[in-house]
Design a protein around this ligand. Structure first.
Ligand code: ZN
Ligand code: ZN
Length: 612
């Protein structure tokens, strides 16, 4: 299938497939449905048994249909199957040629038709929302293939590395069997890149450069696979075949890079496609990907207001801290300059570059203890999170991310990928360390691990809906992590210190600015200079952070809005529940109920919470 997630956002690649399984599904049927709900059903059964039985029959029929859909989906799309933890079809690499694209479209239409015949009104909330997510996914896929047509302009959407790495390093079967699967899969790599070349019509310069930059990582995975094969128990003939096919695959990657390098040289400023989506494509993509209650434009307006509120607060906190950190230093009248000076001063406090990964590793159990002691969320102490260096083929997009196993492989390990500073120049390392200073590093860990992404994934794992686990909503996932930062500080984490609140505000301003930046760049034509000014002077980011963000906003779109979009909707929902429940409102209950539905869009969770 045409996939862009590897190229666009490693974070999303990992998070789009929250772990859950048919087995967990059974277990957690109990967990998320309270006794209240079964009482309601019981009463209803007395009143109208026939209707209820019919309704349950419809729900069961729908569950069968969505399972049938998933199995069909895995058959035609081994890549997303592998990400979901299904390896039955892993030996086959999908070739994205015209016939392949036509078969995808036929598949989408067939299933839109079948789901279109389901009477949503007869379904229970769980099935109804599953249906909504599936239809949204299929309609989004159809739109991506027919209207967005990224496969014609994004050369980085062709990348074979992720699934190869998973087959090689996931112990779903004995190693020789996995190597034989790889042996078959890599046979088609030359055909895959030939199809890619044939598809590319009007590549953007930015996506072309990204594809070239990621190629060494792709080759590294192939070389590692061959090394593993040569030292395995495969027979001599298989080993020889392996070496030959890896050579052919490496040559195909090289040819692809040579082709792209040539294309890039021929690009003219006026003749080439812009990386900017434009308003029409942007609003549509926002609707499919974010599934917010608001439009992209409304979300952008909300972000502008949130930005103003944060800046006013940061101005006040800087005044409060001034004499403690900058006694005798003249206080600038310009608030950006004043806040910037204070943040600069505080940023001096950071770990040494050699301790960066170790410090992250040290903080995780502390955060877990805080969440448990302060009654914010129930956490399973048995689940372990391993902090590791980001694999090379995922490099180039995100600095830190949670990499979780697919829904069919809940027993696999979840990794906290951190890009180490080993390769950085002293200046670049210092810049990153100041950005991830004493306070921000804690907030990063809250966001990525506990109670952010990692904790949310564990809850999603218990969700009774495998559909929601697989086609999870990115804005809910990112929104939860951003909400978690604020909620931790509200609980007193960081001692309510003005330093912590100032740094938190700077960090939160980053999410808000992500939304403003993404919309401004893709819809309003913001230039690189304006973007760098917005990020550095007006959002107090370091030059390296800002440059990285500018790179990311050129090769991705809409995803950067998910943080603020989800966060603002969760904050609004919490306020709504507080108003509705009054003294019966309980924060831990709110969190656990919110997370119990799996990674559904916040507006869908809201409906489920309110109608419970
Ligand atoms: Zn320093
Ligand atoms: Zn995140």
């Amino acid at each position: 299938m045409i996939k862009t997630k590897l190229a666009l956002a490693a974070v999303m690649a990992a998070l789009a497939f929250a772990p859950a399984s048919a087995a967990t599904q059974k277990k957690s049927g109990k967990t998320s449905k309270t006794s209240k709900k079964s009482t309601v059903k019981h009463t209803a059964a007395k009143a109208a048994p026939a209707a209820v039985l019919a309704e349950r029959w419809q729900d069961r029929q729908f569950d069968l249909l969505s399972n049938q859909f998933l199995n069909a989906q895995w058959r035609i799309d081994s890549e997303s199957a592998i990400y979901a933890g299904k390896y039955d079809t892993a030996a086959t690499l999908f070739i994205p040629d015209q016939a392949g694209i036509a078969s995808e479209l036929a598949f989408i239409d067939e299933w839109l038709d079948r789901f279109g015949k389901v009477n949503a009104k007869q379904l229970a909330a769980k099935q109804r929302t599953d249906l909504q997510l599936l239809q949204n996914k299929l309609e989004g896929d159809r739109w991506r293939l027919t209207t967005l047509r990224e496969y014609e302009w994004n050369p980085a959407s062709y990348n074979v590395a992720g699934p190869l790495d998973l087959i090689l390093n996931t112990e779903y079967a004995a190693r020789p069997q996995r190597l034989r699967t790889l042996l078959k899969r890599i046979t088609s790599i030359p055909a895959y890149y030939a199809a890619a070349r044939a598809n590319i019509v009007n590549p953007t310069r930015e996506h072309t450069r990204l594809a070239i930059k990621q190629a060494p990582g792709v080759k590294a995975v192939l070389v590692e696979a061959n090394k593993t094969a040569q030292t395995s128990i495969l027979n001599a003939a298989e080993k020889q075949q392996f070496a030959l096919r890896v050579d052919a695959a490496l040559a195909a990657v090289d040819n692809y890079v040579a082709y792209l390098t040539e294309r890039e040289k021929l690009m003219t400023t006026n003749g080439r496609r812009s990386f900017r989506l434009g308003k029409e494509l942007y609003e549509k993509k926002f609707a499919y990907d974010i599934q917010s209650g608001s439009t992209a434009e409304q979300t952008y307006q909300k972000a502008l207001a949130a930005r103003e509120e944060l800046l006013a607060n940061m101005d006040r906190l800087s005044d409060e801290l001034w004499d403690k950190y900058l006694p005798g230093v003249a206080r600038p009248a310009d608030r950006y300059a004043k806040i910037g000076m204070m943040i600069d001063k505080l940023s001096e406090r950071h770990v040494g570059r050699e301790n960066f990964v170790a410090e992250i590793r040290r903080q995780i159990p502390e955060l877990q203890a805080w969440v448990i002691q302060h009654d914010l969320l129930t956490l399973d102490p048995a689940k372990q999170l391993e902090v590791r260096a980001t694999p090379a083929y995922q490099a180039g997009v995100a600095g830190a991310s949670i990499d979780a196993p697919g829904p069919y492989r809940p027993q696999d390990r979840t990794y906290y990928n951190v890009t180490p500073l080993d390769g950085a120049t002293p200046e670049a390392a210092e810049s990153s360390l100041r950005e991830y200073n004493h306070w921000i590093l804690q907030i990063l860990n809250i966001h990525e691990a506990i109670p952010g992404h990692y904790a949310q994934l564990i809850y999603a794992n218990k969700s009774p809906s495998i559909v929601k686990s697989i086609f999870g909503n990115g804005a809910m996932v990112e929104g939860w992590a951003v909400y978690g930062e604020r909620m931790m500080l509200e609980s007193g984490y960081g001692d309510n210190a003005p330093e912590m609140w100032l740094m938190y505000s700077k960090w939160n301003l980053r999410s808000v600015t992500n939304t403003i930046l993404d919309y401004s760049v893709h819809v309003l034509g913001m230039t690189e200079d304006q973007a760098i000014d917005l990020l550095t002077r007006q959002a107090f980011q370091t030059r390296s952070e800002a440059t990285e963000k500018w790179h990311r906003v050129q090769v991705s779109s809409v995803q950067l809005t998910s943080y603020f979009s989800g966060y603002s909707e969760i904050m609004a929902l919490r306020e709504e529940r507080k108003q509705a429940l009054g003294s019966n409102f309980n924060l831990k209950q709110f969190h656990e109920q919110f997370l119990s539905y799996g990674s559904a869009p916040v507006r869908v969770i809201r409906e489920l919470m309110i109608n419970k």
